[in-house]
Design a protein around this ligand. Structure first.
Ligand code: NAD
Length: 453
């Protein structure tokens, strides 16, 4: 397994053997033993240790930011924000351990009926490469807070980040409670074979297999998968401000976020907005992600760049117009220009399937109803946005867009760790993650009836 830097593919960040299924099984057994003691430790102890974990990660912020930039090509400002979010997530879940975990109910006489929650055991976490610090932490922090052990299988392209995170957390966590098991699909399958609960984030194709495998073993599973996120722009929106936000949501981090805007639907004439969006996309600074001012770095690998360029070419062949971009950049690494394509047929892959890169379609709609219909016409439903000053239109959209998360006058990108996160349709399966939703997934309810003799 090799992880190389997308901006400088000759720079091998890490090269190592995959974790074998036997090694995964051994790790799961040891994690299971460590989990018993961890689950018995009180909330104050778990809060103390998770708070200490936050401080250890915070102290390593600069180093983790630099590693994220190097390994996955994330622009420095976004990488730093991601590490800082990871620290906040640890602090947040360190406090959630004090929340109530059940309720007491009416019972005859002096008897007592109450509900409580118990950890599930060893949590198998399978993560993608695009948020190499935040996603492992937004799964591991609640898993640990609520008394589970962790088996984390990071994406190959983000393995160095995950291993460094493990080293840092090992400074404060009880021994053998958290394991990182690097490897590819086979290692991931081995995790599915032995975890007591499975939390997956990644592509829809892999997510489906993960859900089936976990369900086949009768194990609780959540899967957060791809998006094909639309934003609707109404004529009353502030053209410049809106164009700048949309450009950033299309091409920031080279469009490699599950929440990136992939389809822009403009209601009415839209000529001014179209020009402003093209200008805003061309203004984004593209280059070495280590530079503080860069917004658009490379895509993750050569195959990803090829897919962006091929899609632009095939859309053009199908009659679409490339308004900006559509070409690679003469630069070391896997750079491609932010690309906006207009007039792409509804049946074309660019309109239907998530393409993980800085490319987006632009289309028109006569009114809000038609725009919402267009936005809802895909199989995915992660996030959708609307830009308008009309409160009624915003509320209509919030009520009728098929998406798990709705953004009004805000980019489709950007999530809050204290709010439930997830989509509908093919974008998500199972319970929500993050925020107060996490406890429902990482614990199981128990009902106790206590009578007196
Ligand atoms: P991916 O699906 O290729 O891989 C995700 C993880 O699954 C990796 O760790 C991979 O090694 C593992 N895996 C692959 N095959 C497996 C198998 N058969 N069994 C078990 N594990 C297996 O995704 P990726 O390329 O790493 O990430 C990009 C994708 O992630 C995009 O589709 C993006 O939309 C999605 N994503 C979704 C969210 C969200 O919250 N909805 C967030 C970030 C990324």
């Amino acid at each position: 397994m090799i992880s190389s830097s997308p901006q400088n593919p000759a720079d091998i960040v890490l090269s190592r053997a995959d974790t074998t299924p036997d090694q995964v099984r051994t790790a799961a057994d040891r994690a299971g033993l460590a989990q018993r003691g961890w689950a018995r430790s009180g909330p104050a102890e778990r809060a103390r240790i998770l708070s200490a974990a936050a401080e250890v990660v915070a102290a390593a912020s600069d180093e983790l930011t630099a590693l994220t930039v190097r390994e996955v090509g994330k622009p420095r400002a976004e990488a730093a924000a991601e590490v800082s979010r990871g620290v906040s997530i640890l602090r947040y879940f360190a406090q959630q351990v004090y929340d109530p975990i059940g309720a007491s109910h009416e019972a005859p006489g002096t008897a007592l009926s109450y509900t409580t929650r118990r950890p599930r055991g060893v949590a198998g976490l399978i993560t993608p490469w695009n948020f190499p610090i935040a996603i492992p932490l937004w799964k591991a922090a609640p898993a640990l807070a609520f008394g589970n052990a962790v088996l984390l299988k990071p994406a190959e392209a983000a393995t160095a980040c995950a291993l460094r995170l493990q080293e840092l957390l090992a400074e404060v966590l009880p021994p053998q409670l958290l394991w990182v098991v690097p490897g590819g699909a086979q290692t991931g399958q081995a995790v599915l074979d032995c975890a007591d609960v499975v939390s997956f984030t990644g592509s829809t194709a892999v997510g489906r297999q993960v859900v089936l495998a976990a369900a086949g073993r009768g194990v609780e599973v959540q899967a957060e998968m791809g998006g094909q996120n639309a934003c609707i722009v109404l004529p009353d929106a502030d053209t410049e401000a809106c164009a700048s936000m949309v450009a950033q949501a299309i091409a920031g981090y080279a469009g490699q976020k599950c929440t990136a805007t992939k389809r822009v639907i403009v209601v009415g004439d839209g000529q001014d907005f179209r020009d402003a969006l093209v200008a805003a996309m061309e203004t984004l600074v593209l280059g070495d992600p280590a530079e503080a001012t860069v917004a658009v770095g490379p895509v993750i690998d050569e195959g990803a760049r090829r897919r962006v360029l091929d899609a632009a070419e095939s859309a053009a062949a199908a009659g679409a117009r490339i308004l900006t971009g559509g070409a690679a950049v003469d630069h070391d690494g896997w750079f491609t220009l932010p690309t906006l394509v207009e007039g792409v047929p509804a049946s074309h892959e660019l309109q239907r399937d998530e393409l993980f890169g800085p490319i987006c379609t632009l289309s028109g709609a006569p009114d809000l109803t038609a725009a919402i219909e267009q936005a809802n016409s895909v199989r995915q439903g992660l996030v959708a946005g609307i830009y308008t000053r009309d409160l009624g239109a915003a509320l209509d959209a919030a009520a009728t867009l098929d998406a798990g998360m709705i953004k009004v006058n805000a980019p489709t990108t950007g999530v809050d760790f204290h709010l439930p996160f997830g989509g509908v349709k093919e974008s998500s399966f199972g319970r929500r993650e993050q925020g107060k939703a996490a406890i429902d997934f990482f614990t199981t309810p128990r009902t106790v009836t206590l009578a007196t003799l």
